[in-house]
Design a protein around this ligand. Structure first.
Ligand code: ADP
Ligand code: MG
Ligand code: ZN
Length: 621
């Protein structure tokens, strides 16, 4: 990330305690001067002991006192008490009696018990009471500040001891996010929608004159890594206005009421800096649906959300404050947040399509030295379903690989290998796998490939490998579609199911038994077969009835069953039937092509990695 500038919070006129302590000290000093002036007029001068003895003899000493605690003698020389000078001196050890005799010789000397010096009661009161108290206050204050830093502005609600409840909103000034729309590839629809926001911030009058109201809030929704945060930064870069950025989780505080205070503060700052953009990343952290059961609600989050709703209603959109927010769980947001007048515009930021993937690869490859003939189109085809963040990672992995290989530029093969690294992990070069296991893996992979190739409408096989990967895969078969696919028909799904079962089918056919190697295939096949019945309406029995609902579409798409127990049992048996049918289809394809299966498996065993072309050549020979 680029430099970010911390906005100095506007300090309320709060005075530290030391200020009051200072005032108290001043008052006491003034009292001293006007009401106890004698104190100041008396100076204590230290004299050597012998000089003191001489002064006694010379009759210059009028009054003597002994301070046992300090074991020193205090004496007055000069008769007027107010102007008399006070002296002090240490006493010579064991000289007490002799000194007493000497003093008695001079009848004018008074042995008084106490001579007021400048160590008067008031002064010692300050020393012994006020100073320690002030000292503890200062220490307390310092500790308090340290705690505040630790708690990241945590504190007690409503407390005015310090500037509790300041939002740590960071201000990105236009040039400082360093991102523009040119950095965001693909996502043209999202950019278009946001360009209007940018234009609004540039030229508010154009819109208000015609009577158009611009949206107050724009919600970016989409799967992780598709560039939502990046888009928001690009908007700030394009708009050249202050950009307040805060993450939803920063609002969630230890202490009830703090989140709400932060929201208030954020909007106060934003209103002062308008026109500006407020960006709330991961808004689902505070915007979750409020609990309707009335039990065990999360007070802190609700208060924060209520404050956010109130603030969003409270400001005038023509003031030029636009709120952007991003989330990958839009379905979990409170309905009140989404109604018109709040986040009334929703901008989907979906996974990139084929063209988008190629564009993203190109953007990230801009600063990478590429060899001639690098085919981004092919890499884009290989990476169906990858997010922008994954694509950026692929480019970087390729560059790292080129350096590891001691090359000065990135080759096509680096990119291909890094796609596989991102999909399946690194190659495990020194993994020890017995020849027997290698044979099983080779047959398994050729089983997948052969079933795929012998069905129409299957994506072509592009690569088969039995080099193990760090993800735990002992081998895999890569199929890459020619173009972009958005729909799949039921035949294609059945073909895919057969392909998924092809690996296990080959093992059974050749070795007569199953291994654990097919666990991932089984999982995928089951999911797909279940989705056919419960979500795609592709079964005769249930037709177009939704039997499952998808939760978190952008986050893996977990499903939950929405049907009776009897139906669930029927679904289960239907899923079993579907997968079994696919499996028997795979068995029959492989039985029909048994000779090719052996030939290809032997070839793969020898080469370890073969291309789709090699595979097709042997298959068609
Ligand atoms: P999100 O906020 O949607 O989870 P980010 O905006 O944080 O994702 O994206 C993470 C990274 O992925 C970005 O910093 C960028 O490098 C890359 N990226 C994602 N989408 C794109 C895109 N459309 N164009 C260019 N780079 C992208
Ligand atoms: Mg993000
Ligand atoms: Zn498999």
């Amino acid at each position: 990330m680029i430099e970010e500038k911390d906005e100095k919070p506007i300090k309320p006129p709060k005075r530290p305690l030391i200020y009051y302590a200072g005032i108290a000290a001043l008052i006491i000093m003034l009292l001293n001067i006007f009401f106890f002036p004698s104190v100041l007029h008396r100076k204590v001068t230290e004299v050597p002991y012998n000089e003191f003895l001489d002064m006694i003899d010379a009759g210059k000493v009028d009054e003597v006192a002994y301070d046992a605690q300090a074991s020193e003698i205090i004496f007055i020389s000069g008769t007027e008490p107010r102007t008399a000078e006070i002296y002090s001196t240490g006493i010579w050890p064991d000289d007490g009696q002799r000194l007493l005799n000497q003093l008695r010789e001079n009848p004018n000397i008074k042995f008084s018990s106490a001579i007021p010096t400048e160590k008067d009661p008031l002064f010692s009161f300050i020393i012994s009471w006020i100073l320690p108290i002030a000292f503890f206050f200062i220490i307390g204050e310092l500790l308090n500040r340290m705690m505040m830093k630790k708690l990241k502005n945590g504190g007690f609600p409503g407390g005015n001891v310090m500037s509790f409840g300041k939002a740590d909103a960071k201000v990105y000034v236009a040039a400082q996010t360093g991102k523009t729309f040119a950095d965001v590839a693909g996502q043209d629809e999202a950019k278009e929608a946001l360009a209007e926001v940018v234009d609004f911030l540039h030229d508010t009058k154009k819109y208000t004159e015609i009577g158009a109201k611009l949206p107050k809030g724009v919600l970016l929704v989409g799967p992780p890594g598709t560039g939502k945060t990046l888009l928001a930064k690009a908007v700030a870069g394009e708009a050249k206005v202050p950009f307040f950025s805060i993450s939803g989780s920063e609002f969630v505080e230890m202490f009830v009421g703090m989140g709400a205070a932060k929201v208030r503060d954020l909007f106060k700052q934003a209103n002062e800096k308008a026109p500006c953009i407020v960006f709330i990343d991961e808004i689902d952290a505070i915007g979750k649906k409020r609990d309707t059961s009335g039990m065990g609600g999360n007070d802190e989050r609700e208060q924060t959300l209520n404050q956010l709703l109130a603030e969003m209603d409270g400001f005038d959109p023509s003031s030029g404050v636009v709120i952007l927010a991003a989330t990958n769980r839009p379905e979990s947001l409170d309905a009140a947040l989404l109604r018109p007048g709040r986040f009334d515009r929703r901008v989907p930021v979906e996974l990139p399509d084929l063209g988008g993937r190629e564009a993203i690869l190109r953007v990230h490859a801009k600063n990478v030295k590429l060899a001639a003939g690098v085919d981004f189109g092919k890499i884009a085809r290989m990476t169906a379903g990858a997010s922008g963040a994954e694509l950026a990672n692929i480019i970087n992995e390729a560059a790292l690989r080129a350096v590891r290989m001691g090359r000065g530029e990135v080759l096509d093969s680096d990119l291909e290998e890094s796609v596989e690294v991102v999909i399946a992990g690194y190659q495990r070069k020194n993994a020890v796998i017995s020849n027997e296991e290698k044979r099983i893996v080779a047959y398994h992979e050729i089983g997948h490939a052969l079933v795929a190739a012998r069905q129409s409408n299957s994506a072509p096989v592009t690569k088969i490998t039995i080099v193990p990967r760090t993800s735990g895969a002992l081998g895999y078969t890569m199929q890459v579609d020619e173009g972009e696919r958005s729909l799949m028909n039921s035949d294609e799904i059945k073909n895919k199911l057969a392909t998924l079962t092809g690996g296990r089918a080959a093992e059974e056919l050749v070795f007569g038994r199953a291994t654990t190697g097919a666990s991932n295939d089984i999982e995928q096949a089951t999911k797909l077969a279940r989705a056919m019945i419960t979500r795609y309406g592709m079964s005769d029995e249930f037709g177009m009835v939704a039997l499952e609902t998808v939760n978190g579409r952008y986050l893996g798409g977990d499903t939950s069953l929405a049907c009776s127990d009897e139906t669930a049992a029927k679904i289960d048996s239907k899923v079993v039937d579907t997968v079994k049918a696919a499996h028997s289809k795979a068995i029959s394809i492989l039985t029909d092509n048994r000779q090719k299966l052996d030939e290809l498996a032997e070839y793969l065993l020898e080469k370890e990695t073969i291309t789709g072309d090699e595979f097709m050549k042997i298959l068609n020979s």
